[in-house]
Design a protein around this ligand. Structure first.
Ligand SMILES: [Mg+2]
Length: 166
């Protein structure tokens, strides 16, 4: 199902090295807004430590964001010392392909992490990458993403019901 993530968790810091190794994931494509930072550009609590541990474990990371705010991406990329691709037009495949090339990894060894089904999850799924959905950090969303939330909640609930039934 193109709308369902392969995995769902509360936030990025809940993604463990063991989980990634278990699924043969060697690289992460990370979303920024509501995934790594909140609306005020604060990093999610624990992200710096989590990211360092992930890197130390040999897992590569890159940011893929739809934002065109270069100063915001510069700030996050500097804080976490990782590269970024902005203005990515997710869910279109182009950005994911570019990120994959930068990571230098095979599609099956890459996971995409983000808070939105319509950009991150669908983009990962059509790019045949492992999709990880996280809860959006801030409840006070940008107005553009706001209208999609009720639909996303509905899909997530369906997904969780299905997972429970397994
Ligand atoms: Mg986001």
């Amino acid at each position: 199902m193109i709308l369902y993530p392969n995995y769902y968790c509360e936030n990025v810091t809940k993604i463990t090295i063991d989980f990634l190794k278990e699924h043969n994931i060697k690289g992460l494509i990370l979303d920024v807004d509501n995934t790594l930072i909140d609306i005020d550009r604060n990093l999610v609590s624990g992200v710096e430590k989590w990211h360092k541990e992930i890197r130390d474990a040999g897992i590569k990371t890159i940011i893929l964001s739809n934002t065109n705010k270069k100063d915001k991406l510069d700030e996050v990329s500097k804080k976490l010392s990782l590269e970024y691709i902005g203005f990515a037009k997710k869910p279109l495949k182009g950005g994911f392909k570019k990120a994959k090339e930068k990571l230098g990894l095979k599609t099956e060894n890459i996971a995409v992490v983000g808070d939105q089904i319509f950009t991150d999850v669908i983009g990962a799924n059509i790019s045949k990458m492992f999709s990880i959905l996280v809860d959006p950090v801030a409840e006070s969303d940008l107005w553009m993403t706001k209208w999609k939330r009720p639909i996303e909640k509905f899909i997530i609930n369906k997904y969780l019901e299905k997972r429970k039934a397994k």
